[in-house]
Design a protein around this ligand. Structure first.
Ligand SMILES: Nc1nc2c(c(=O)[nH]1)N[C@H]1C(S)=C(S)[C@@H](COP(=O)(O)O)O[C@H]1N2
Ligand SMILES: [Mo]
Length: 206
């Protein structure tokens, strides 16, 4: 269930409860960094969408791009402010008619290399603070931060209308999005992290 506006946590300041500021950009993941071959890489969208989609790396690279400045909040308690990202917004893909969810689509599962998944409500991935990111700080993503493509969530200061979730809800090495009617916990959610992951409510573990 989506929380009503009344239930939305009050955001005071930019540092959520329990977080501290980091200047570094730590690397966190389960398992190894996958290789990337631009000749065979594909990005797929399937499930509860009007038109399933498969794009090559060359096709993905030609999509219209968005630059976005986000505050990142990791469940392990570091936060990094004013990080600059570039990539493709799902909102843009919907406007172009490339990704059109069916009426039954309520959740989106990010599928990454090695079977890693992360789940989010559909309104979160179509919001202004979710990006299919290819660049960080003006440069292509490094392998450890998810090259060539990662799902990315963060908060935009002042945008109290948006839901803010911890960084684990963005899958590095992203290969596709599955739109589904029923929610399905992802990798870290099955490992004990909170399904909703709201940073202002400190929804860290279930
Ligand atoms: N594919 C994949 N993506 C992942 C993870 C993972 O284990 N595998 N871990 C998540 C977690 S727990 C965090 S905190 C962020 C860390 O992103 P960073 O390494 O770029 O800081 O990636 C998220 N995305
Ligand atoms: Mo994490």
């Amino acid at each position: 269930m989506k929380p009503s506006t009344e239930e939305r946590p009050i955001k005071s300041g930019r540092i959520p409860p329990g977080q501290f500021l980091s200047k570094r950009f730590p690397v966190l993941q389960y398992g190894h960094i996958p290789p990337f071959d631009p000749e065979t890489w594909t990005f797929r969208v399937w499930g509860e969408v009007e038109n399933p989609l498969t794009l090559t790396w060359q096709e993905f690279s030609q999509l219209p791009r968005t630059t976005l400045t986000l505050d990142l909040h990791c469940v392990t308690k570091w936060s990094k402010l004013d990080t600059v990202w570039e990539g493709v917004s799902l909102k843009t893909l919907r406007e172009l008619g490339l990704v059109v969810p069916t009426a039954d689509a309520h959740y989106v599962i990010q599928h990454a290399e090695y079977g890693f998944t992360a789940n989010l409500p559909i309104e979160v991935v179509f919001a202004d603070n979710f990006l299919l990111a290819t660049h960080y700080d003006g440069k292509p993503l490094t392998p450890e931060h998810g090259a060539p493509l990662r799902g990315l969530v963060g908060s935009i200061p002042g945008r109290d209308d948006l839901k803010d979730v911890y960084l684990w809800k963005g899958a590095k090495w992203l290969r596709g999005l599955e739109f589904v009617a029923q929610d399905r916990p992802g990798f870290w959610e099955r490992a004990g992290y909170h399904n909703d992951a709201d940073i202002w409510l400190e929804e860290r573990t279930a």
